[in-house]
Ligand binder design. Structure first.
Ligand code: LIP
Length: 263
């Protein structure tokens, strides 16, 4: 008999791969529906909606008593104690521009926290997975975060909010610390950025104004890969701000962000 995490991660992986393949094939044929949400640059396409529909239908069919929250409007109560967090396309701007850095993110939580997380990057055919206590994996190979201990050697990633009134402050913060780190990257999909820290492709990532569907799955993957995760003050993640890095660098990043005009 398999344990709950193993069953849930297998379901999430199957649905993420199906939804990601549908969106990738659809993007190659061309977009026909593009709408905006919170701002004129916060977009949603027919494939964000189709991906969420496929995933939600699959979750309901397999686990009808679970709760589900999805970025494109799903909000379903449950009685099983399991809640799913679905980002059908994380990195929608990249998807819109036919850039490869977008993913499908599916995470599940119970009363004890996150049970499983799956982040699938269709354009690169990279499947990041984790179960609570079961380690973190990329295409079946176990992953671990890097071990950079010096900020001056650290490759840091971040993102900017859709609301332009927040972006200036976010850019000014980078201006104040960019000479203190190796370099800065902005790839445009929070879940992938976090998974890149988990597998050592980045040394640290932080971002504000995210949503649980952006980070629930990837946060577990990062922690199971040996990362420390929290908000920008170093406290546990409790809302929209996320900081991820190896445990040695983490307190240095908290100080760097605070001294650069952080939280
Ligand atoms: C995106 C995040 C990204 C952030 C973007 C946007 P979406 O999510 O993954 O890190 O910088 O502003 O929020 O909207 O593509 O699902």
């Amino acid at each position: 008999m398999t344990d709950l995490g193993t069953d849930l991660v297998a379901l999430a992986e199957k649905l993420a791969r199906s939804a990601g393949s549908l969106a990738l094939a659809g993007r190659k044929k061309g977009l026909t529906e593009v709408d905006t949400k919170s701002t004129a640059t916060d977009m949603v396409t027919e494939f964000d909606r189709a991906s969420e529909r496929l995933i939600v239908d699959g979750l309901i069919e397999s686990r009808p008593h679970d709760a589900i929250v999805g970025e494109e409007g799903t909000s379903r109560d449950g009685t099983s104690g399991i809640s799913w967090f679905v980002d059908p396309i994380d990195g929608t701007t990249n998807f819109f521009y036919d850039l490869p850095n977008w993913c499908v993110s599916i995470g599940a939580k119970d009363a004890g926290g996150t049970v499983c997380g799956v982040v699938y990057v269709p354009a690169l055919d990279e499947m990041f997975t984790a179960t609570r206590g079961g380690g973190a994996w990329l295409n079946g190979k176990q992953i671990h975060c890097g071990s950079i201990a010096e900020l001056s050697q650290a490759l840091i990633c971040t993102g900017f909010n859709y609301d332009s009134s927040n972006r200036v402050a976010q850019a000014e913060r980078i201006l104040r610390y960019i000479d203190k780190v190796r370099d800065v990257r902005r790839f445009g999909a929070a879940a992938i950025d976090i998974c890149y820290v988990a597998c050592g492709r980045l040394d640290g990532y932080y971002e504000e104004y995210l949503w649980p569907w952006d980070y629930v799955a990837a946060d577990l993957i990062a922690r199971e890969a040996g990362c420390r995760t929290g908000d920008l003050t170093g406290a546990p993640i409790d809302n929209r701000d996320v900081l991820i890095s190896n445990p040695t660098l983490f307190p240095q990043l908290v100080t760097l962000i605070r001294e650069s005009g952080g939280k």
